[in-house]
Design a protein around this ligand. Structure first.
Ligand SMILES: [Zn+2]
Length: 181
């Protein structure tokens, strides 16, 4: 599947939600031969309710109830998962990676590459899907990536990417959800 088809799929996801008023993702059917990713009960529930019209939590307490402890720590408290531990590091299916907090489509699978960093890496985000912020924490100068819709922390972006975009979005697996188009 080429990138333009995935972009189209992502655009349709957004348009469909706006037009119809209600929108539900189809659950991904993972082929028997593919490695099965284990989702927690809470994540499964999230996948069912991740539509564009679902109201976003207003307080951190509500976020805490909606997310798993690991998701909460990363998405809402700007945490970082241990390298080489995330469920999407070696994930190679075609589809769309969305914000794990609100379901906002962020990356298409064709932009994913193996950076060797230990975190899922992408060379391009969907237009308007993320916001970038200067981050001088931990004695480093970095650029933080947050979800443009809900403000949750996703990871960082660096300008040393090996592809023509030059971008290396270094993203926590726990900050993402995945859907096949
Ligand atoms: Zn979000």
């Amino acid at each position: 599947m080429n990138r333009s088809v995935l972009y189209l799929a992502a655009a349709l996801l957004g348009a469909g939600a706006v037009i119809s008023g209600t929108f539900y993702y189809k659950k991904p059917e993972i082929p028997a031969a593919a490695p099965k990713i284990q989702f927690s009960e809470k994540e499964e529930k999230m996948a069912d309710t991740n539509d564009e019209n679902a109201s976003l939590p207003q307080t951190e307490e509500e976020w805490k109830q909606r997310l798993t402890p690991e998701q909460y720590k990363i998405l809402r408290q700007k945490g970082t998962e241990m390298p080489f531990t995330g469920k999407f590091l070696h994930h190679h299916e075609n589809g769309i990676y969305s914000c794990g907090a609100c379901g906002n489509p962020i990356f298409v699978s064709d932009t994913k590459f193996d950076s060797g960093s230990g975190w899922p890496s992408f060379d391009e985000a969907l237009p308007g899907s993320v916001k970038l912020h200067e981050d001088n924490s931990h004695g480093m100068k970095r650029v933080e990536v947050t979800c443009a819709k809900c403000g949750s922390h996703l990871g960082h972006v660096f300008s040393d990417g090996p592809t023509p975009t030059g971008n290396r979005f270094c993203i926590n697996s726990a900050a993402l959800s995945f859907k096949q188009p």
